[in-house]
Design a binder for this molecule. Sequence first.
Ligand SMILES: CC(C)(COP(=O)(O)OP(=O)(O)OC[C@H]1O[C@@H](n2cnc3c(N)ncnc32)[C@H](O)[C@@H]1OP(=O)(O)O)[C@@H](O)C(=O)NCCC(=O)NCCS
Length: 162
Amino acid sequence: MGVYRLTQLQANGKIRIQINEQLAKIWGDVTVAVHGERFDLRDCEGFACQEGGNVLGALHYRLSGDECEVLSLYALREHGSVGQALMRRVVREASKRGATRLVLVTTNDNVRAIRFYQQFGMELEAIDRYAVQRARELKPSIPTTGCDGIPILHELRFGMKL
Ligand SMILES: CC(C)(COP(=O)(O)OP(=O)(O)OC[C@H]1O[C@@H](n2cnc3c(N)ncnc32)[C@H](O)[C@@H]1OP(=O)(O)O)[C@@H](O)C(=O)NCCC(=O)NCCS
């Protein structure tokens, strides 16, 4: 594991533009559709994880009432604690700004993320069956099959107290 620098994304900053390009490559899009809403990550607050001049991953989030919701998280170098570093950074930011809960949505196929969030201390709070079918009305590009060939169908909501 290297020494990571966690930086806040600036509007139209060089790093943000690089992250938008990485997202477009990974997910084919820079928007997310969750719980019946669509978010454009280009307008969302976030953090980049950098090592030297390289961006190794990023996280986007939004603050709403007393909750902080993680809208996206990816690590280009997996197994290297990039994900944990980004999650720890958003926890610190959310607490500083008065949030009392961290929440996020992932999908039923994403077994690595389901494992990762629970190891991080989050708990499964709700399952919205077939929510992804509805999300496709907002974002038709959501693939039908996800990790390990598993059909992407349901939204899983995770949460933790800050
Ligand atoms: C999910 C994701 C962000 C995790 O990021 P990561 O940088 O690989 O994860 P980290 O290295 O920080 O943490 C995971 C590792 O720490 C270990 N770990 C974390 N907390 C631990 C704990 N409390 N005890 C023991 N091990 C722990 C895990 O076992 C895991 O080990 P492994 O990589 O050898 O399997 C990454 O896999 C990813 O980008 N996935 C694709 C995009 C995605 O699905 N994003 C989520 C959308 S909701």
